[in-house]
Design a protein around this ligand. Structure first.
Ligand code: NAP
Length: 285
């Protein structure tokens, strides 16, 4: 039996949609903390198991009889602590194989968001040391993040961000979910670390060139100072954590931290991932 963690989140929903398309109903259960959010799964006859990573004493029953666990990372500020609970509960319950969705980054020690993102690597270390079998899916930045960071007006107005000429091998969340679903239904992935990134990397100038093609007129990419973006985010009233995460992420883009193109996503998909134009079409639809 396979268990899908983070099932009510955006990536989890994509994984489950792909599992259902592959007629895998009955082969997997979903883990959720909120019965209301999990109701659509229960209504489809999918087994729902309940567990909150902040309540470790309740996690044991969720893992009973589970052979393979897709551990989709959380986004909480206490992620490191939450994920230690999950790994320990999975091991104690006899889970055989954990597939963890971490982060594809060049050097976590110099990342602008190290304090949050190093927990991905601590979790990998804990899984490795646990004796359970493992697969690490080190995820690239979702193409959806282009729209989140550049803003919904980018297709009409261009991009104004301190990203320099840094490049990212973006991929659609849907395709990351499809790759994870394929991996879960196949054998031979144990002990493997996949750099789940697109085959080509793209800068903000590349993105604006593609948006200009879509718009049929030239748009601009302006590489603004980081302080100007910080002022704009504060003026918009965003919480300090979001500002810190946004600035640190864009600094990492500028520094080439995510520039790790790979064939691993294409291999797990069994096809070419979507092109930049296709991804932009999807995220700005
Ligand atoms: N590569 C990228 O560009 C990128 C971008 C954003 C995030 N990420 C990472 O990828 C992960 C998945 O992305 P996503 O878009 O699917 O995120 P998401 O929609 O926020 O999904 C997170 C999932 O984790 C669950 N969760 C959070 N805290 C939990 C807890 N204490 N106990 C049990 N479940 C808990 C959530 O449950 P609820 O539905 O109940 O909240 C949800 O199902 C994120 O969490 C983050 O680590 C990567």
């Amino acid at each position: 039996m396979i268990l899908i963690g983070g099932s009510t989140g955006q990536l989890g929903k994509e994984v489950i949609a792909q599992l259902l398309r592959r007629n895998a109903k009955g082969l997997f259960a979903v883990l959720a903390r909120d019965p209301e959010k999990a109701k659509p799964y229960a209504d489809q006859g999918i087994e729902v198991r309940y567990g909150d990573y902040d309540r470790p004493s309740e996690l044991g029953p969720a893992f009973a009889g589970i052979d393979r666990f897709l551990f989709i990372s959380t986004m909480s500020q206490n992620r490191g602590e939450q994920q230690r609970h999950v790994v320990d509960a999975a091991r104690a319950s006899g889970v055989r194989h954990v597939a963890y969705t971490g982060l594809a980054i060049r050097d976590i020690a110099t990342s602008g968001v190290r304090e949050l993102m190093e927990s991905h690597f601590e979790t990998e270390d804990r899984i490795r040391a646990s004796g359970m079998r493992w697969t690490f899916l080190r995820n690239t930045m979702y193409a959806e993040a282009i729209a989140q960071i550049a803003g919904p007006k980018a297709p009409a107005e261009g991009v104004f961000l301190p990203g320099g000429t840094g490049r990212v091998p973006y991929a659609l969340r849907r395709e990351m979910g499809e790759a994870a679903a394929n991996m879960l239904l196949q054998e031979g992935h144990e002990g493997k670390t996949y750099t789940l990134t697109g085959p080509s990397s793209w800068s903000y100038a590349d993105i604006v060139a593609a948006l200009s093609r879509r718009a049929g007129r030239p748009l601009v990419y302006q590489d603004i100072p980081e302080a100007a973006l910080a002022d704009g985010l504060r003026a918009a009233g965003l919480p300090e954590f979001v500002i810190w995460l946004t600035l640190g992420t864009i600094r990492d883009i500028r520094d080439g931290q995510y520039d790790l193109p790979s064939r691993d996503l294409a291999t797990l998909l069994g096809k070419e991932p979507q092109s930049l134009d296709e991804m932009l079409g999807a995220v700005f639809a």
